[in-house]
Design a protein around this ligand. Structure first.
Ligand code: LLP
Length: 379
């Protein structure tokens, strides 16, 4: 679909570049497979059907964080023995559902949760395969809302609890410990935190081995960032360096499988949000370009002060002015960017907000009783 065709569509709408998605997935697959790594796609980033179809066709497993995501993965033909289920607050209903479908592994975040899984599995006369999600206390150097691997975060089991947990596990008859799991945060662009993670995982892997606990897999989570500032120059993340780093620094024992849970890096730059300018209003210090998409369609700038490249695709003049690009929602946080340099912008111009493929469409809300945006694709 070209720009002229997109201009005809009712705004706001999401648009996915499926060709770029294919290229991204092919590269992620190539770079991971050379080391025998397994990728689980983190459904939370995007559950659009075409996106899920491509993830599945690439042979990736699924990383789910709710019962409904587990169901969605199964409906989308992901193989059950490649589904992992994480989350600090799994309900009994969700655990039962995952047990009924005999998914590959529960990533468990507390002993309390493991005890409930054991009881529910016992009632069904089955055994649950689990991995311990360990909080490695490694700083991801990313926004505080998407940092997950520090002791102050709610996620995972703290390292000082492991002695007790391993002892308790011996009494739980319907639990099979098969791995350890980590996820330190999201939108990580400097790879150093992943190197630090490898050091911690190596220590812990040895710790388990010394206690004669043979772990079948190590799951390193996701978190690889994308280029939000120059998405056109760097549409595909550097999977080569990312997987290469793990290959260099992670020291698994013979036969241990290595798993990853990538979300944003696989789909982030393949999606955009398009919106039309409703009004251009002069403020005291700036011009406001008021567009017909708001934080209801893309909440990332309001919630995480996230930067998304904003482009006026109707007017490509070189003469530019500064605009605060804002939405129609009754909140001052409903702002996509302040002091954005755009060509002279007028009512009716089509605005492209880049890099909205991950945590965009999935985080839409109906606040202010907003309509759902449309979705279009280019093959
Ligand atoms: N595994 C676990 C356990 C996770 O919690 C997450 C993301 C992922 C994998 C995938 O991480 P990724 O590869 O996408 O970085 N809404 C926020 C991001 C929240 C991420 C939550 N967890 C945003 O828009 O930036």
């Amino acid at each position: 679909m070209n720009i002229e065709q997109l201009k005809e569509k009712k705004t706001p709408f999401y648009h996915y570049d499926l060709h770029l998605l294919d290229q991204t997935l092919a590269l992620a697959k190539e770079e991971s497979e050379q080391y025998g790594y397994h990728i689980h796609y983190a459904l939370k980033a995007n559950v659009n059907e075409k996106v899920l179809g491509k993830m599945n066709a690439s042979g990736f497993g699924a990383d789910c964080v709710s019962g409904n995501e587990v169901l969605k993965a199964i409906e989308s033909n992901f193989s059950k023995d490649q589904i992992v289920f994480a989350g600090v607050g799994k309900s009994d209903e969700e655990i039962n559902l995952a047990l009924d479908h005999d998914i590959f592994c529960f990533n468990c975040e507390s002993i309390q949760e493991i005890e409930v899984i054991d009881q529910l599995a016992k009632a069904k006369n089955t055994t649950a395969r689990i991995a311990l999600r360990i909080n490695p206390n490694v700083n991801a150097n990313t926004h505080k809302y998407i940092t997950t691997g520090l002791e102050e975060n709610k996620f995972g089991i703290n390292m000082w609890e492991l002695d007790f947990i391993v002892e308790r596990l011996q009494e739980l008859t319907n639990i099979d410990l098969i791995g350890i799991h980590f996820h330190i945060g999201s939108q990580i662009t400097d790879l150093t935190p992943f190197k630090n993670l490898c050091t911690r995982v190596n220590e812990l892997n040895t710790w388990f081995d010394e206690r004669n606990i043979r772990l079948k897999h190590l799951n390193l989570g996701g978190g690889l960032g994308i280029d939000y500032v120059n998405p056109q120059d760097n549409p595909i993340p550097n999977f080569k360096d990312y997987f290469g780093l793990f290959n260099q620094f992670l020291k698994p024992f013979k036969g241990q499988e290595i798993h990853f849970e990538l979300g944003r890096s696989l789909v982030g730059n393949c999606g955009s949000l398009y919106s039309k300018v409703l009004y251009v209003k002069k403020g005291i210090k700036t011009n406001f370009a008021i567009i017909d998409a708001g934080m209801t369609e893309l909440i990332r700038p309001a919630l995480y002060q996230a930067v998304h490249k904003i482009e006026n695709v109707s007017n490509t003049d070189t003469y530019t002015e500064y605009y605060d690009v804002v939405g129609p929602i009754c909140e001052s946080s409903d702002c996509f960017g302040k002091k954005i340099s755009l060509p002279i912008t007028r009512r009716g111009d089509l605005i492209k907000i880049h890099s909205a493929g991950a945590y965009g469409e999935v985080m839409i809300s109906a606040y202010n009783l907003r309509d759902k945006p449309g979705v279009y694709y280019t093959n």
